[in-house]
Design a protein around this ligand. Sequence first.
Ligand SMILES: Cc1cc2nc3c(=O)[nH]c(=O)nc-3n(C[C@H](O)[C@H](O)[C@H](O)COP(=O)(O)OP(=O)(O)OC[C@H]3O[C@@H](n4cnc5c(N)ncnc54)[C@H](O)[C@@H]3O)c2cc1C
Length: 525
Amino acid sequence: MAWNGWGDPARATPLPDSVTRLLRDLLGVRPAQTPPLRLDQVKVADPRLPGDALTALAQAVGDPYVRADAETRIRHTRGKSTPDLLRIRAGEVADAPDAVVLPADHDEVLAVLRICAERRIAVVPFGGGTSVVGGLAPRADGFTGVVALDLCRLDALVDLDPVSRTAVLQPGLRAPRAEELLRERGFTLGHYPQSYEWATIGGFAAARSSGQASAGYGRFDEMVQALTVATPEGTLELGRAPRSAAGPDLRQLVLGSEGAFGVITAVTVRVRPAPAVSAYEGWRFPSFDAGTAALRRIAQDGPLPTVLRLSDETETMVGLARPDRIGALQEDGCLVVAGYEGAEEEVAARRAAVARTLREAGGEPLGAEPGESWAHGRFSAPYLRDALLDVGATAETLETATFWSKIPALYAAVRDALTGALTEAGTPPLVMCHISHVYPAGASLYFTVVSAQGPDPVEHWRRAKRAANDAIIAAGGTISHHHGVGTDHRDWYAAEIGPLAVDLLRAVKRRVDPVGILNPGVLLP
Ligand SMILES: Cc1cc2nc3c(=O)[nH]c(=O)nc-3n(C[C@H](O)[C@H](O)[C@H](O)COP(=O)(O)OP(=O)(O)OC[C@H]3O[C@@H](n4cnc5c(N)ncnc54)[C@H](O)[C@@H]3O)c2cc1C
């Protein structure tokens, strides 16, 4: 993973000149004044852990698995939001963890938590490091240091039950490896977030992730059957049966808890037979409203494709859903991408039924090319963000969800808030949106924003983000559909659930983490 950007540095792709020109002419983007630093130019402060901490941690996990060198600490500093990248490019690493600890199993995680609780050291569970909401940026004040608990050594497929179609996965498995291990046995998880290449099973559960194929395979939290969790106060084993009437479902308390209540050390997930065929296609709708109505019909009456997404007019025009054609500026209307995975006959029947509904709802078939182009470029947008930052643009995404009846108002409110805040700051933006997760009762809205960076790019984006967050809450949306809460959404999450619910969650945290070492300041104020 690039230390100051996204993904595999070998796949970095510069923007075509035509796009750079477009950014300059349309949005006033100018090259950044200061070139980004090299890794060896970034200065990190000396670690500040209590005297015997490193020795105790090394006894718990083995000497090679406690690291305090500058590069490892820098690589575990915060996550991959645009402000995270802007700050690390500028060499800002004051909140680098003091050490990185790599346990091998559940018992070692328990031992690390005990050692840290005794010494009041904050612990950041670290999966793929792809959080975009400040989930890896805990509060350090009041603690004697911060340790990043990197779970990459817990990377096994522990068990597969082909009868129940469940698999027990360790949390540090990155998604492609988990998929590979399951495919070797004829199964798939079917979880493909845009961060697929780097994010982990534990991170998906901890942040309630949702993948691009959620219409077919469900959200990650819907796949989870059972969880093993290490806390400073002991172990939680949750999930004895797929569904249960034995009291509140405590799995739901851990899903989305972002490391604040414990460290997930095993996840039992539902798996499906690996699909025999996959096919993607494109449809055009005259407007976002018409496309939204079509998606609602499919979500409510079925059958559902495996992938279903609708770009608004701006996203369609820019070609964001088809990275091969980005910047071509020749599409009109709104693009729907529908994808199908499964057994051959089943896919053919579902495809025909969905096509009937899309046609009846006013859709025009565009054939396979737009869908295949989306599928081909589905993981490349994050590389594009690095290239945009390089040329002096800010590019960031945010997301929310609501009920179908409120979608138009929420869409307008967030778009207007982003446009208003950035225009006022002197950098009118391009605001694009798509729907890519649908439910019978509602859907998510995913916004992508591009603008010139402004003199203080981090504060510049934060202003826009605050305006969008306020607009989301005011319009009745949720502060996150799948990125989670972290530190960036924490105050709006508190507003969303109210003070009594915040106190309830604090009481839970006090019981499992009395010293408060687990991700302090993440999730809860
Ligand atoms: C370019 C890009 C695209 C993205 N696209 C999507 C998308 O399509 N869908 C989506 O849902 N998200 C997306 N995300 C967000 C992110 O990838 C998800 O939140 C993902 O679930 C995080 O997984 P991770 O392994 O990287 O976790 P990390 O970022 O390492 O951690 C996330 C949070 O969970 C905690 N945590 C991690 N592992 C554990 C554990 N084992 N036990 C307890 N707590 C833990 C961390 O402390 C942190 O608070 C994207 C992010 C980027 C940068």
